[in-house]
Each structure stands twice: as C-alpha cells, then as structure tokens.
Design a binder for this molecule. Structure first.
Ligand code: ZN
Length: 162
C-alpha cells in the first residue's frame, strides 16, 4: 500500500543536524506512527514520504522553511529577572512555558543570563536548522475513522482517552 493522505505510517528514523549530531531517533523506542496528511510531522518529511511503500529506505534533507521554520529575531528577547517570580538560579538551556502574543502557550529557552536580564528565545529549538532524516518505512495502513477525527494515530487502533 502506497502512502497517501489518511494513511497511518510507522517509520524508523534518525534525525541529524548539519554537524552530523544525532538530535532524535526512534532507536530504542520503536517506530514512530504518524497520520499522513495530519501535519503530525514536519512538511518536508511528510512530502518526501508520499507515494512510498513499506520497506522503502531513504535519506531526506529538509530545509528550515519545510522543517521547524526560520529563526524569528523578534522571538529573542531580554526580560527582567523579576518576570520569573520565585524561580531561582536560572541557567542557560533551561526551558519554561510562557504566554505568546496571542495568548497561546509557547516554550521559551534561556539563552543567557546577563546583568540587564534574562535573554530568552521563543523560537523552536530546531528553527533555522537543516534536518537530515534517515528513514525506513516499517508499515503503512489505512487510518480508522477515529484517528482521522483526532488527526493522529492510536496505538493498535485503541482510543487515546479524548
Ligand atoms: Zn486520539
């Protein structure tokens, strides 16, 4: 069966960045299931897998525009340490949930701690990065009606509790 919209696809994958560092992998966790056409994975990878079948292996290079987006400079801000309330000992690399401009929850990463305040980055940690995926397609099946309604796969066709 070929991968088209509304298929559930299981893939083994390894994601490396431009320096060859492994960022993420299904190894040791088992394959990742996603709903094709459900925007579960980055568009560049989803597009590359369309039309393929079980057993196919491929390397996909995804540019930032088709991955986690470009780095938005305005998302890097200096905020006063008081904004962190009771949180002490703030260190670069720490992540917090913050409220975005439209009230949405977004993750921010502490880039630096300076005398002027805390420099935080609201960009996705992989924004601006070229993503190298090594993928093997393990299984392709039709999605169930419930999976389509939820826009994500359910393990072994079972419900997900919502
Ligand atoms: Zn669900």
């Amino acid at each position: 069966m070929k991968i088209t919209d509304n298929c559930v696809v299981s893939i083994n994958y390894t994601l490396t960045n431009g320096e060859g560092e492994t960022l993420d992998s299904s190894e040791g966790r088992g394959p990742l299931d996603y709903l094709h056409g459900g925007q579960n994975i980055v568009p560049g990878l989803e597009n590359a897998l369309a039309g393929l079948e079980t057993g196919a292996k491929l390397d996909v290079v995804v540019q930032p525009e088709e991955g986690y987006g470009l780095v938005i400079p305005e998302a890097i801000q200096t905020i006063p340490v008081e904004a962190f309330g009771d949180i002490e000992d703030i260190q670069p690399g720490m992540q917090f949930q913050a409220q975005g401009p439209e009230g949405q929850v977004q993750m921010i990463t502490v880039k630096d701690v300076t005398d002027e305040g805390i420099i935080v980055d609201g960009n996705h940690p992989l924004a601006g990065q070229v993503l190298n995926f090594a993928v093997e397609i393990m299984e392709v099946r039709e999605a169930t009606a419930e999976e389509l309604e939820h826009s994500h796969p359910h393990a072994d066709g079972e419900g997900c509790g919502h």
